[in-house]
Design a protein around this ligand. Structure first.
Ligand code: CDP
Ligand code: CDP
Length: 224
């Protein structure tokens, strides 16, 4: 068997990172690590406790006292916050519109990155986020940067919401995605950025399977 590698998948909101990362991980029997879920879990806990998200010191303290586990199960990945399953709660609108505020804090990021590096140490991982190829695992053997137009990304989230029976406003989704992209791209500490050695894939008019297929062919090419 070939030596397992680390695959970093970065890109803006709703570019398809987690969907294709899960497929790629499953095909390779690798572990999928959703780093966004870690920032979301901390944001959820802070909101529950009425903690000021802007207060970096307090947010860092909170993280120090927080256990976030990404648990792989047959039914998919569960996100556990201090032992409780919060997989659904961390996707709610309140968390989504506030998570980028928490993700701006340098000390919070440093601690998150330490935890993420521990998870990637053994290789055989597909990790997705914003700073994976540039900062978390700069020595990842394969780096992918997924992009898609804002319109397409908002449409995808809209469709996803409708399928789940949630209320959804396309224009609001576009605004939220633009705002989050801006915060994530313009923050001082490890912003959303394509690594020099990342392969960019524009997924605007590609299906999920086409994107996963492209990534898997890059993995195959690495083995030659
Ligand atoms: O899936 P979606 O694109 O909505 O976002 P996510 O991957 O769950 O990430 C939520 C937020 O966490 C992002 O908008 C970033 O603010 C932050 N994040 C980050 O700063 N660095 C990462 N490696 C992953 C997420
Ligand atoms: O993780 P990220 O925020 O980058 O995106 P995602 O949650 O994986 O994908 C957002 C939505 O777009 C999901 O409903 C996917 O099924 C859909 N999608 C798509 O329609 N076509 C693609 N090529 C990739 C994702």
């Amino acid at each position: 068997m070939e030596k397992p590698i680390a695959i970093a998948i970065d890109g803006p909101a709703a570019a398809g990172k987690s969907t294709v990362a899960k497929i790629v991980a499953s095909k390779l029997s690798y572990v999928y690590i959703d780093t966004g879920a870690m920032y979301r879990a901390l944001t959820y806990k802070a909101l529950q406790q009425d903690q000021s998200l802007e207060d970096e010191k307090a947010m860092y303290q909170l993280l120090q006292n927080t256990i976030i586990d990404l648990v792989q199960t047959e039914a998919g990945q569960l996100v556990k916050l201090d032992g409780a399953d919060v997989s659904l709660e961390i996707r709610n609108q309140e968390v989504t519109s506030n998570v980028s505020i928490v993700a701006q804090h340098g000390s919070v990021r440093e601690e998150m990155v330490n935890r993420q590096r521990q998870l990637a140490k053994k290789r055989g991982v597909v990790m997705d986020g914003r700073d994976i190829g540039t900062h978390v695992i700069p020595d990842a053997e394969l780096k992918i940067f997924l992009i898609a137009s804002v319109e397409e990304r908002a449409e995808r989230r809209h469709k996803e919401n409708q399928e789940k029976g949630f209320s959804s406003d396309l224009e609001k989704l576009k605004d939220e995605i633009r705002k989050r992209d801006q915060l994530d791209s313009e923050r001082e500490v490890s912003p959303l950025l394509k690594a020099d050695d990342a392969i960019e894939i524009d997924t605007t008019s590609l299906s999920i399977d086409e994107v996963a297929g492209k990534i898997l062919s890059k993995v195959d090419a690495k083995k030659d």
